[in-house]
Design a protein around this ligand. Sequence first.
Ligand code: MTE
Ligand code: HPA
Ligand code: MOS
Length: 766
Amino acid sequence: MINYDSIKHVRGESQFVDDFIPFEKILYGYVFYSPIAHGLIRSLDISEALNMEGVRYIFTYKDIPGQNQVGGIIQDEELFAENKVEFVGQPIALVVAENFLVAKRASRKIKIELEELKPVFDPREAYQIGSLIMPPRVFSIGNIDQAWSQCDYIVEGQVESGGQEHLYLETQGSIAFPVENDCIKIYSSTQNPTHVQRIAARVLGTSMNKIEVDVLRLGGGFGGKEDQATHWAVMAALAAKKLNTAVKIILPRQEDMRLTGKRHPYSSDFKIGLDKNGKIIAYEVTFYQNAGAAADLSPAILERTLFHTTNTYYIPNVKATAFSCKTNLPPNTAFRGFGGPQAMFVIESALFKASRVTGIDYHELQKINLLKENDEFPYGQKAKNCRAKICYETLEKKFELEKVKSQIIAFNRQNKFIKKAYSIMPICFGISFTSTFLNQASALVHIYTDGSVGVSTAAVEMGQGVNAKLLEITSKMFSISPSKIKIESTNTTRAANTSPTAASKAADLNGFAVMEACEIIIKRLKKFSAQLLNITDENKIEIKNEYVYVHNQKTELNWNELIQKAYLNRISLSAQAHHATPDVYFDREKSKGQPFAYHVYGTALIEVTVDCLRGTYKIDSVKVVHDLGDSIHPVVDLGQVEGGIAQGIGWMTVEEVIYNENGKLITDALSTYKVPDIYFAPDKIEVHFLEDSPNPFGPFKSKAVGEPPFMYGIGSYFAILKAMLEFKPDMEIKFHAPMTNERVLMSLYKNIKEKVSNHFMNAGKI
Ligand code: MTE
Ligand code: HPA
Ligand code: MOS
């Protein structure tokens, strides 16, 4: 074998300090995308754009050295469209120029001829013509066919829930640059560094060890960067390789909104059967998931919908069928809750409608059917450490539900047009990736000779505070000050083959991995301390508050000295550990198993005021009893609960994703897409963490927190609905989220419906 560096040295390709690319030489990429929802590409003429001053190159599928394929679960998505486009916003080319504006202007000079094909936007319509992403999935328990005869009441209905824009503050983006040996280094705003690495290698036709992905932090991801950060990272890598310089792609907000997928809209049918006491005997449901034009994460999201079919209720006979419908919208993707919220909105709608038919209060029905210890979920797992009932009852007591009710009654008696109502939303959310193999993570811990510590893991910080938790865990493990510890960027060369930071699992998985890596080093340090201090039994050694203790007695030996001495005695001060969640499995053929390490429970009380003349409303308060286990970081966890609630309320109320009849997104700016702001957010969010509820399956007995609180927001829909019924008891009830102001008004005043919808049709055409 010749020397590893010989060829590079001779060719002048080896990089020395002076050779690193100065970032002022960076080039900028702008994505040219399909203007139509469905069609064949007849011709593409880039010549005029390419000749513009400052334009360096225009990439199409023809420039791809490897595969033109970015699909993850299913390989059905091209990086650049070759012959066919399937949604407005589908990338066709990448213009690379000396600055962003030149690249953008040049993209306008690209000429494309398209032959339009008929698009489909509605998931039921897609289902009718057999346009499915994959075969249907069914979860069932008991015997649904026999169960109907035991029911005193059977209620059927249809439920619609809308999409949701992620609206992370930092839009999608990436910088890639070439490194010697045909390698590429990528800085990416991704939740999934390994996925970027894998797909970049595939598209570039190279091996994964030639791609390094580094993530410092994200300005939010919310699921939108689990799969869909990849495209821009891979395009930047492709351009960096070909042009041999650094290339940056940052999507402007409007393009980010147009080009990327969102939360999946669902259309669903339910049939629920109850006995005369309100016990649910049977529940049959069909979900039509609007997947958009490619699979992306839809199959996994569809599966989680099925896992959360029954929310936090025990139902002995269930049949849930789910179709992932392929339509001509941007591929929809992961979003906080990952398909769970869509299922929970349906079961709550079913209970709400059942309460109208049976005359049993909606919240009574919830309580009657709450999960109990050892109850079986439709997927075969049994509820353990079940905290459904305790959360619900603690909420009723702690927040004085009876008093709230009587205050609302008194208010409504005195007010004709302004009505108040409350609703209660109990949740149960399964913690683990439902794809069992993803439940793994690793950590690499170094102690440096001055006693400071560096920690690398697979976790990506995206505002959720995972770094704060990992810092806390490391500090507890070594019993040293947090100021001595640094959490490093997430890098594929330090944590390889990582799972995405998703499924609320990052702190659990990476927290355990950090604990295990620290434990390896602690063992070495204890053994070494015993030698130093002439103690025969190293088990009598403890490291506490930066000092070594023997038999609980503080010694003179402090942390910094210990580390110095250990180094001089050639003791390794680094360790790597891998953690895999024990005892989780799932049989996809049978749709049975134990997919979750545990469940998170909680209950929310939401109070609203609706102006029944104007259709406007206010979320007055959200009060929650939430099961967190023993929190590692109560402030971070509180922030997660509050943020999740605001985002969940937004999905149910003001956030409406609208495409026009040609599949073009018309809510593609903050002027047309409304999100909860500080004025809209509830005046009062009160969160009570369930006491004395350690979680045996989390690091330091903690529980995952990222996604579950999102689903409290569902209660806001029913609270508004209840207030509307106070005003107009005979109103026709529809389960169609989001419950925007327009929808409130149109439901209360049927005769103005046409007028208002004409107005919006016209607005849509602008
Ligand atoms: N919080 C902030 N501030 N920003 C985010 O992007 N993502 C959410 C949640 N909370 C998100 C967030 C989603 S979708 C998930 S899955 C979890 O954080 C992921 O992080 P965790 O596993 O550390 O909880
Ligand atoms: N949650 C989030 N992301 C995922 C999951 C999940 O359960 N499975 C695969 N990717
Ligand atoms: Mo979260 S939707 O699992 O990134």
